[in-house]
Design a protein around this ligand. Structure first.
Ligand code: NDP
Length: 337
């Protein structure tokens, strides 16, 4: 049983030394338990937060323990009559080959799901996040302008495509020309601006000629700086993530702009609300699954995955994601089905 452990807590961006690959014996399922073999491991930005020893909405990973993570697995042995060998489940095995479960914390995916890894992306946590944040907090109305960064990632791509389904103008922000082209040509964004461009703020202002009604916040930093002056009166900001800050060790230098931010929120009566998907919306998953299942069937939603082969590649892939090296939902294929 290969396992990737948290070897040390990163200072700033994680490095190879913060992870350690070890081999241990395959766990044995006891009475009523199942043995799960990891097929797909999801890599997500929130994992960076779990590497810190800081109080948050979830506990940190302990040093020398297996890195946490959502997984799609197959039942390899079963002492539980609710599960048969070969069944697929959505589970939380973490960064390892095998895990045992009593079956209570897993979601069955059936005997032969057509796209099992989608349960980690468009039909799972990131898709659900984009859906609830945009629709419940963002409240987009027809012809409004919706802006989202990390536009080709699983959350941002979902937000942009749902915004289009709801009749909005969708403006993406992404890193690099190739991602921006994909956002427009394949995902159907009206425009996508490269945040690495020198004149990024000017380009964004030009694309948002009627201002911004919904800014779905995934990244923070200089993208938010460019968005702030463009926000319309009564704009909504679902505060989903701040990935540009996850590796930061101190506040950015420069003048304190808190007063300006608060002043804008006040004068323009802007609503900004943070949310943690399963804590705040766990009971609304069926509603999402129904809509998203339908949209996928109708070809209204396009989904891009980046599949990395091999558990040993997980640390590099994860570190790359925090710098925008991924293109689409990052998934590790840990074992063959
Ligand atoms: P992605 O697959 O989109 O990966 C993160 C992306 O962030 C990178 O690919 C990169 O895209 C972009 N990025 C990284 N650094 C910067 C930067 N400095 N400036 C601008 N963009 C940057 O991730 P997800 O779709 O899985 O997640 C998106 C956000 O949603 C994250 O902030 C995550 O934490 C949050 N989230 C929140 C949840 C909640 O419950 N609140 C649940 C799930 C996700 P590019 O190259 O295009 O810049």
């Amino acid at each position: 049983n290969r396992q990737i452990l948290l070897a040390s807590r990163p200072k700033g961006a994680p490095t190879d030394d913060d992870f350690r690959l070890v081999e241990s014996a395959k766990p044995e399922p006891k009475e009523d338990e199942i043995l799960l073999k990891t097929i797909y491991l999801s890599l997500d930005p929130y994992m960076r937060g779990r590497m810190n020893d800081a109080k948050s909405y979830a506990d940190p990973v302990e040093l020398d323990q297996v890195m946490v993570g959502g997984t799609v697995s197959q039942v390899e042995a079963s002492n539980n009559d609710k599960f048969a060998v070969g069944d697929w489940v959505l589970s939380q095995n973490g960064w390892q080959d095998y895990s045992v479960s009593d079956g209570k914390d897993v979601m069955p995916l059936g005997k032969n799901p057509s796209n099992p890894s989608y349960a980690l992306g468009i039909m799972g946590m990131p898709g659900f996040t984009g859906y609830m944040g945009l629709l419940d907090i963002g409240q987009p109305k027809k012809d409004e302008t919706v802006v989202v960064a990390a536009a080709t990632g699983p959350v941002g791509a979902t937000v942009g495509q749902i915004a289009k389904i709801k009749g909005c103008k969708a403006i993406g922000v992404a890193g690099g020309e190739e991602k921006c082209r994909f956002a427009v040509e394949t995902l159907g964004f009206d425009a996508c601006i490269d945040h690495k461009a020198d004149d990024f703020a000017e380009q964004l202002a030009k694309a948002c000629s009627d201002g911004i009604d919904v800014y779905y916040e995934n990244v923070g930093g200089k993208v938010f700086d460019a968005v702030l002056p463009l926000l319309n009166t009564k704009a909504r900001i679902p505060l989903c993530g701040l990935v540009s800050q996850y590796n930061a060790t101190e506040l950015p230098s420069g003048p304190d702009r808190m007063g300006m931010l608060m002043g804008t929120l006040l004068v323009k009566r802007i609503k900004m609300q943070g949310f943690i998907i399963f804590d705040d919306y766990g009971d609304r998953y069926p509603e999402f699954a129904q809509d998203m299942g339908q949209w996928l069937k109708e070809g209204k939603i396009h989904y891009r995955e980046q599949m990395v082969e091999g558990l040993d590649k997980a640390p590099q892939a994860f570190m790359g994601m925090l710098e925008g090296k991924n293109f689409g939902k990052l998934v590790v294929k840990v074992n063959e089905p």
